[in-house]
Design a protein around this ligand. Structure first.
Ligand code: PBE
Length: 266
């Protein structure tokens, strides 16, 4: 008898994001591994998910979403991850910078900056929150770059200015990657590049790096989140840097819900 259960209260739905996201694959695996047979992962987008979260949160209604850190939602709302005793969502996840083959020879300055790019959850959080509060991504990036000269100087150390060469960065419309891609786009622009930011789905993003139609992406989450993509394109891209460590994905709920573990969804 499941009347009055958590499942009942959310209609056995987990509110997800774009289908290509690694967290969606991980959640399908969680549904299998934890035997959540009645449950359904609903596809959408990051924006639709955070809108659903806001709507539920404002009314103190239950909701289960696919969440990740860094993300502004943890600053804005009191949320918690559901415990994952089976480790379906992985452990020490990192954000990597991936580049097309040949980037180092073709654009040594961009390659250098991209491989030296490294920042903290707080850094990214500041940009994300600014965007969330209505600032245009490119303006939020410009502001952050202006206010963080020292950090930017570390990324651009040894990088020589260029003269209008084109660089194409591919990214997915995840709040975290909108922030990082705009910031690095601005830094490369300041060094003299003409930068194009191309927003695509996760699969096409990896494909673009592998076939060389984009130069780099700051949106590779490894070792687990994008494992399928990394394996599929093995040998066809270069992993050139780790921009952040200690990131995380998992099922996320408001703290006012009184469950603690994915096991509690059964
Ligand atoms: N995310 C944000 C992505 C990687 C960055 C966790 C939504 C994903 O699941 O693929």
């Amino acid at each position: 008898d499941k009347d009055g259960s958590v499942g009942d209260s959310v209609h056995y739905k987990i509110t997800g994001i774009d289908p290509g996201a690694g967290i969606m694959t991980a959640t399908e695996n969680a549904i299998k591994d934890y035997k959540l047979d009645d449950w359904q992962l609903v596809t959408g987008s990051s924006a639709a998910m955070t809108a659903a979260l806001k709507k539920a949160y404002d009314k103190k209604e239950p909701i289960i979403i696919t969440g990740w850190n860094p993300h502004w939602m943890f600053a804005k709302y009191d949320l918690k991850y559901l415990k994952d005793p089976k480790g379906v969502y992985g452990e020490a996840e990192e954000i990597h910078t991936i580049a097309r083959k040949g980037l180092k020879d073709d654009h040594p300055t961009a390659y250098k900056v991209l491989s030296q790019f490294k920042w903290s959850e707080d850094d990214m959080g500041a940009v994300m929150l600014d965007i969330q509060e209505g600032t245009k991504p490119e303006e939020a990036a410009e502001k952050w770059v202006k206010n963080n000269n020292e950090k930017v100087a570390e990324w651009t150390k040894g990088a020589e200015k260029v003269n209008g060469e084109n660089i194409k960065l591919a990214y997915v419309a995840w709040d975290s990657e909108i922030a990082s891609t705009n910031v690095i786009g601005k830094v490369l622009e300041d060094l003299g590049y003409k930068v194009t930011l191309t927003q695509v789905e996760a699969g096409p993003m990896w494909t673009a790096i592998a076939d060389g139609s984009a130069d780099a992406s700051l949106a590779a989450w490894l070792p687990l989140t994008h494992k399928t993509y990394a394996e599929k394109f093995k040998g066809k891209y270069e992993d050139i840097g780790t921009s952040m460590t200690g990131v995380k994905i998992g099922l996320t709920i408001p703290k006012y819900m009184d469950i603690d573990s994915i096991e509690d969804l059964k």
